[in-house]
Design a protein around this ligand. Structure first.
Ligand SMILES: Cc1cc2nc3c(=O)[nH]c(=O)nc-3n(C[C@H](O)[C@H](O)[C@H](O)COP(=O)(O)OP(=O)(O)OC[C@H]3O[C@@H](n4cnc5c(N)ncnc54)[C@H](O)[C@@H]3O)c2cc1C
Length: 386
């Protein structure tokens, strides 16, 4: 009942809502068949539905970014595992779009087949010592003939244990100069590259996380993205894209959470009446609807701006605000659902079981919210540094 009611809250452009619904319908039977299959099989099944394919602009349809966001929301609404939705959104928005739109035709051609799901990308920035401060990185690439030799390690990388290619950031000069870092894109089966530790996560446990080790790995000149020393600019592009839209993965799970919490409040008898007859309960459900509404409006607005051709780097502040807002709304929404579900929130076998770890993790990845707040204040003119 309330799944239809939550759909009534989704008042975007009819064509966009149509995309969300058609992907929900397409994915529903596929997901039933996939139950219990491994991450890569689920990834391939979503690729076969076209979820990883970036559309060409078409005046009669929503823009390519909006379409990708609607597909991700649709498969999440159909019940796709949140870890799978997160990994797909991370690759599409944090890697595929920036490679296609910001980094140029050559970088895109090298990886365009990822759209068919046969190859998987990862974005390797963080090191064991930390992720927020890129200038603390110790991975180094030194010139060797017309190529580079790479040494170091990247840790806590989504999909590293299963990825075929990686975007890797490395130091090509010493110090904290804005030109000290460079970005590379290369296959992970080159000599001198090994997979290190694999990490079991409490958040989004189905998507693997791991480490990449580089021991004198020789990279061809074509692996360099942009120019030597332009790593920070590449990072600005990939992170602005990611912050703008990666939380799109949560829209489907948020809608499902609102629907099942509303159903529970509407059906449960409590104190001699329906639980949802309490104004306090109704208030919490409304807060959940507000959180979903705010998140949806902001994410689709970012998609529309990117579809209109605004360069992602010009959207850095808006992207940070969107990432902060949606991740914190996702946390708040889950807190309300947890309160209304009582003990059932803590019993994994129950439909009302709450997943608090996934929303909390969103406060950290794609830039910790505390640090993004510092960046926003700096853009407003405060003399504040990280
Ligand atoms: C689910 C998940 C997936 C991830 N996937 C990837 C991936 O694919 N690729 C990748 O490269 N990394 C990935 N990461 C790692 C992520 O990018 C880092 O965790 C993130 O950059 C933060 O780095 P850190 O964990 O070292 O935290 P820290 O940098 O240690 O920061 C932790 C906290 O310390 C506080 N803090 C520290 N310094 C300051 C300061 N100057 N001002 C204010 N507060 C401060 C803040 O509260 C901050 O949240 C992932 C992380 C998670 C949780």
């Amino acid at each position: 009942m309330s799944a239809a009611a939550t759909a009534a809250l989704c008042t975007g452009a009819p064509e966009t809502e149509g995309f969300v619904d058609s992907y929900r319908e397409l994915a529903t039977p596929v997901l039933k068949q996939l139950a219990g299959q491994d991450f890569r099989a689920q990834w391939q099944a979503m690729a076969d539905l076209g979820v990883l394919r970036l559309a060409a602009p078409d005046a009669t349809a929503p823009g390519p970014v909006t379409r990708s966001l609607a597909m991700i929301e649709g498969i999440g609404l159909a019940g796709a595992d949140p870890g799978l939705c997160y990994a797909l959104a991370s690759q599409i928005f944090g890697m595929q779009f920036p490679l296609r739109d910001a980094l140029g035709a050559d970088a895109w051609r090298a990886v365009a087949d990822v759209q068919e799901g046969r190859e998987l990308l990862c974005h390797a920035l963080t090191e064991r010592g930390g992720g927020s401060d890129p200038f603390s990185m110790e991975t180094r690439a030194r010139r060797d003939g017309d190529g580079f030799v790479l040494d170091g390690a990247k840790t806590f990388i989504t999909a590293a244990p299963v990825a075929d290619r990686a975007i890797v950031f490395a130091r090509t000069a010493e110090g904290r100069s804005p030109f000290a870092l460079s970005a590379f894109l290369f296959p992970l089966d080159l000599p001198g590259i090994r997979r290190g530790e694999t990490f079991t996560k409490t958040a989004l446990p189905t998507v693997p996380m791991g480490e990449l080790l580089f021991e004198g790995a020789r990279l061809p000149a074509s692996a360099l993205l942009g120019q030597e020393g332009s790593g920070l600019a590449v990072m600005a592009s990939t992170t602005a894209w990611e912050r703008s839209l990666v939380l799109g993965y949560a829209l489907g799970p948020m809608r499902r959470l609102l629907a099942r919490t509303t159903d529970w409040a509407a059906e449960r008898d409590h104190f001699g009446r329906r639980m949802g007859a309490s104004h306090q309960v109704a208030g919490r459900v409304s807060e959940m609807a507000l959180a979903l509404h705010r998140s949806r409006v902001q994410l689709y607005a970012m998609a529309a701006r990117l579809d209109a051709g605004t360069p992602a780097r010009q959207l850095a502040a808006a992207a940070a605000l969107t990432k902060i807002s949606v991740s914190e709304d996702y946390v708040r929404m889950t807190e309300h659902a947890t309160a209304l579900s009582g003990v059932r929130a803590f019993l994994p076998g129950f439909d009302l079981a709450a997943d608090l770890a996934a929303p909390m993790a969103a406060l950290t990845y794609a830039g910790p919210n505390d640090l993004l707040r510092v960046g926003v204040a700096r853009q407003l003119g405060l003399p504040v540094e990280n």
